[in-house]
Design a protein around this ligand. Structure first.
Ligand SMILES: [Fe+2]
Ligand SMILES: [Fe+2]
Length: 572
């Protein structure tokens, strides 16, 4: 007996491990240790050193061998200093860039690209620089704060590039160029306003270029350079920055695809209703489409309040249930009177439900969606249990304990990021509140709290692997309640004839349905503000009676109250 229990336990553990591995292999994003990121940036420093040495050596005015050694020392020191600065910032502030292969590859490629391009453009004029390619693209692909650091790095590198000799006054041009790139770069990053405009890099390049030209003019005027030279150099500086913006515009979609980064422009494109997948969802699974829209609004506003990526949450919410297109009628929100699950064994029903996150991920990856969206769609139920069908299977089985709970478990990872967690919470809360027939404010608040506690507390622990905090959870909860009240809370209307009030209250005790007159939305005599206490009384009684009858009904739809933990178990 004891041995049988041990064997069953071992089997269960092995199954869990197998399922988890399958989930991890399919959905997780590969990470690298931060030290590997530092090594990659060290290699970039070597590239900067070689490029800058070759560039300066080609125009170096000295002939002494010692001068070339000094040149190598200067180039090496500046290259290492610029990359150490960047690495330090990334290590302490944006470590995820050093551990994310795609972002690290994007940053490294940007630096190398800007340095190599500038090595050629600065031959025409020291002010004709391509440094803004790296600055603008870093702002769009990684973050604005990373772009500010990139500005400092590029100012240092460009100073190195424009050194042409040895002696007094030789640093005038490099210092002027570095200052212009530094201040112009900051202005161009500020000009990146986060809108979806594809011309944004050009606009940012032009604004930053104007600022850089102004700074260059001021520095040169201060150094006593003649007006004609100032005008020509400023023109080259502006032209270089504008050209950088144009190059960045062309390169942005390539970088988005090559390094699989979800930029704001790309996410906004995906949210367009003309997207074929969204059109299909609208036509073939309208219930799921409506659910996705509400989840998107909830996830977006909650993400804004806890400092997560709101646009990513919103876009992922649009597509998280796209896999339901494989068999829309198996999901409650797309069913009418007829419920296909009434005629199916619970294991078959569960198989259809359990497949949809994986179907979503597969459909999205076939359409080359960003991996962030695919991961969020794949993990939006974590590894939770579809309790409704599990309970049904136990009820129908001759030996209830013979039903394996892992056959009713989603094969995905638990949410790994704040955005993943917000999507899961929004999805579960929306489905749970939608299951209420005539929700009152109290019912909505209670249900949202139950669902969130169920996912957050260690009982289910679906959020145990995400970096979300208790403070975030309370903020998200308040935001969801506000949104759901706006969506689902019904205002109680009052009958036109005061004599009907008492019979109506009595009738709601039995069927919890409003009288037909209530649905006319016509304001009757009881909407008089003077009679407010009386109205409130009546409204309270009706609300109480509705709440009582609805809760009984909702349990049928929803399995049981504890089922809140997995949210839309029979719907999703
Ligand atoms: Fe959903
Ligand atoms: Fe779902």
């Amino acid at each position: 007996m004891k041995e049988n229990a041990k064997a069953a336990n071992r089997r269960e553990k092995a199954e869990n491990k197998k399922k988890k591995e399958r989930g991890n292999n399919f959905f997780s994003e590969r990470q690298i240790p931060p030290r590997v990121g530092c090594i990659v940036l060290a290699v970039v420093a070597v590239v900067i050193f070689v490029t800058s040495y070759c560039r300066i050596a080609s125009v170096w005015q000295g002939t002494d061998k010692n001068e070339f050694i000094l040149l190598a020392v200067i180039c090496g020191t500046c290259s290492i200093a610029s990359m150490v600065l960047l690495e330090t910032y990334l290590y302490f502030e944006k470590r995820y860039i050093l551990t994310s292969p795609k972002r690290l590859a994007a940053v490294s490629t940007l630096i190398v690209l800007a340095v190599v391009l500038s090595a050629f453009t600065t031959i025409i004029s020291f002010a004709f620089t391509a440094a803004f390619v790296a600055i603008i693209l870093c702002g769009l692909l990684v973050s604005k704060r990373a772009a500010y650091t990139m500005t400092v790095t590029m100012a240092g590198v460009m100073m190195l590039m424009t050194v042409s000799g040895y002696g007094s006054g030789v640093l005038d041009k490099p210092v002027a160029a570095a200052l212009a790139i530094f201040f112009g770069g900051i202005v161009s990053v500020i000009a990146l306003n986060g809108q979806s405009n594809r011309l944004q890099p050009v606009i940012s390049g032009a604004i930053g270029g104007a600022a850089a030209a102004l700074v260059l003019s001021a520095v040169q005027a201060f150094s006593g350079v003649d007006f004609k030279t100032i005008a020509i150099d400023s023109g080259w500086m502006f032209a270089g920055c504008l050209l950088s913006g144009i190059i960045a515009t062309g390169l942005l979609p390539l970088f988005e695809r090559a390094f699989d980064i979800s930029t704001e422009a790309r996410l906004n494109e995906l949210m367009n209703n003309n997207n074929p997948l969204l059109k299909r969802l609208m036509l073939e699974a309208p219930g799921t489409y409506h659910h996705s829209l509400i989840v998107a609004v909830m996830a977006e506003s909650a993400a804004e309040q806890v400092g997560a990526n709101a646009l990513l949450c919103k876009t992922a919410a649009y597509y998280h249930d796209i896999g339901k297109l494989v068999s829309p009628r198996y999901f409650k929100e797309n069913q009418g009177e007829y419920n296909v699950h009434d005629e199916l064994p619970p294991e078959v029903s569960a198989a259809h439900i359990l497949a949809h996150p994986k179907d979503s991920a597969q459909m999205l990856s076939k359409k080359n969606f960003p991996s962030d969206i695919i991961r969020m769609a794949a993990n939006h139920h974590g590894d939770s249990i579809v309790y409704y069908f599990y309970t049904k299977a136990r009820e129908q089985a001759a030996v209830p304990d013979s039903v394996n709970i892992n056959d009713y478990r989603y094969e995905s990872q638990k949410p790994q990021t704040k955005e993943d967690a917000i999507l899961m919470l929004a999805d579960c809360c929306e489905a749970a509140v939608r299951a209420l027939k005539r929700p009152t404010q109290e019912m909505i608040e209670e249900r949202v709290k139950n669902v969130i506690n169920g996912l957050w507390l260690p009982v289910d622990g679906q959020l145990s692997e995400s970096p979300i905090t208790a403070k975030d959870i309370r903020t998200i909860e308040a935001s969801f309640i506000k949104n759901l009240l706006a969506q689902y809370h019904e205002r109680i209307e009052y009958p036109a004839n005061p004599d009907q009030v008492l019979p109506q209250i009595q009738s709601t005790t039995h069927d919890a349905e409003l009288p037909a007159d209530d649905e006319t939305n016509e304001p009757g005599p009881y909407t008089d503000p003077d009679n407010e206490p009386q109205q409130d009384d009546i409204a309270e009684k009706i609300a109480e009676q509705r709440a009582a009858s609805d809760y009984a009904g909702s349990d049928e739809d929803f399995g049981d109250e504890n089922g809140d933990q997995t949210g839309d178990q029979d719907n999703d």
